[in-house]
Ligand binder design. Structure first.
Ligand code: FAD
Length: 385
């Protein structure tokens, strides 16, 4: 019996290790197009690798309600699995998990060592087609092709990831052969382009604010955090989360409101302003945002307070996929048997991780889901050998 993973990222590293530990006698192979496996570990969390979170709920994931059983099962035992993999971690004040080393590279190294000790075979190749029509081969196995080689496997696991950052849409070429429903990839956890341009002195600068997302005259999300100003829009963790909530197909506009008042009420603001104009704003915001507020307000205390309390930005669109951290879209959940993660019309082909149309908020949720789907797949795989 052999099982082949196409894509050597987070989910297949974890699934192949758990699989080989559970069934030592099966042959497990990973085919990865790039030189290194698990390269996302190195970039996650700016190199520190925020790989999970204390506060897990299916509501923090796009399509989370459909994969709640996968999320919940792993959430219950995640700490034991991390320990069994030798991952020692700490949890910061926001509930985010990081390796003790605070290095994604060392986490990647740890898992690669485990892979080697379990004799999991690694091949560097780019798979461009797949054929599981058993009439095309003698023993009913699945054929995988690259430009120059053909491979055979009894069970295939597709773990191709998303299309964010440096990934190409050619990665998904092999999906064309399977005739399954995929949803168009689009960026999530990305900066947002706004109608209002940002003056040069504010670009690259940050401000702390309560950030609200407004749609159809209602506040649909609020988060306190740091906003980073870009040339043509906004960035920062809270903006990334807002990018995950915005429905990019909606015709109705979205607005992003920044409240930098720090809960100071109008009367207090006015009293402070009348006693010392300069100091009043200086105690609340940095010099660059102060300059900006003055430039977009009328020159009276009421207008200044109003803008401090609510500076509105009109959402135009997301930054492109190459600037996003995670991809929305991929294999539609309609095409997946969610009881065991096999493809509905291809029972010997399974899928994991970001390739599925599931993505989470900022805070370790996407690597969490890569682990959760890997764990679920291994625990629900039925093999006779
Ligand atoms: C800059 C950045 C920062 C991030 N930070 C975080 C974070 O802090 N916390 C968090 O939870 N998530 C973070 N993420 C998201 C997270 O890394 C991914 O969601 C996660 O890695 C998905 O795991 P995966 O196994 O599905 O895919 P991946 O880990 O992306 O692996 C897919 C692999 O498949 C390979 N592949 C694709 N097609 C083929 C093919 N046809 N043939 C052979 N190989 C192929 C790719 O080369 C890749 O190695 C970040 C992402 C980015 C880009």
């Amino acid at each position: 019996m052999n099982i082949t993973f196409v894509g050597g990222g987070v989910s297949s590293l974890i699934a192949s290790i758990l699989l080989k530990e559970k069934y030592p006698s099966i042959d497990v192979t990973i085919i990865e197009k790039d030189e290194t496996l698990g390269k996302r570990f190195k970039v996650a969390g700016n190199g520190r690798c925020n790989f999970s979170n204390n506060d897990i709920s299916s509501s923090f994931f796009h399509n989370g309600n459909q994969v709640k059983h996968i999320i919940d099962q792993f959430n219950l035992c995640k700490d034991d699995i991390y320990s069994s993999l030798g991952i020692y971690y700490f949890i910061d004040n926001y509930g985010r998990y990081y390796p003790l080393s605070e290095s994604g590279k060392s986490l990647q190294g740890l898992l690669l060592k485990r892979l080697e000790s379990l004799s999991i075979k690694v091949i560097n190749d780019f798979i461009i087609s797949v054929d599981d029509s058993s009439s095309n081969n003698i023993n009913g196995s699945i054929l995988l092709k690259s430009d120059h080689r053909t491979y055979q496997t009894d069970i295939l696991v597709l773990a191709l990831g998303g299309q964010s950052q440096f990934y190409s849409k050619d990665n998904y070429l092999l999906l064309n052969d399977l005739n399954i429903k995929t949803n168009e990839p689009s960026p999530s956890l990305s900066p947002l382009i706004t109608k209002e341009k940002i003056p040069p002195y504010l670009q690259g600068k940050r401000v702390k604010a309560v950030v609200s997302l407004i749609h159809n005259d209602q506040q649909i999300y609020e988060e306190k955090g740091e906003v980073i100003f870009k040339k043509d829009g906004l960035s920062g963790i809270c903006i990334f989360n807002i990018s995950s909530i915005i429905d990019q197909s909606s015709k109705n506009p979205y607005y992003i409101d920044l409240d930098c008042s720090n809960d100071v009420d109008y009367q207090t603001f006015k009293d402070r302003y009348l006693s010392d104009k300069e100091e009043c704003l200086q105690t609340l915001v940095n010099d660059d945002y102060k300059k900006y507020l003055i430039s977009v307000s009328e020159s009276n205390v009421q207008s200044l307070y109003k803008t401090l309390k609510k500076r509105r930005f009109t959402y135009l669109k997301h930054y492109p996929l190459k600037d996003s951290q995670v991809t929305r879209g991929g294999i539609s959940l309609e095409s997946i048997n969610l009881a065991n993660l096999s493809l509905i019309n291809h029972p010997k082909i399974y899928t994991l991780g970001e390739l599925m149309d599931v993505d989470g908020l900022e805070g370790g949720y996407n690597i969490f889901f890569a682990f959760a789907s890997a764990y679920y797949f291994v625990n629900h795989l039925k093999i006779d050998y």
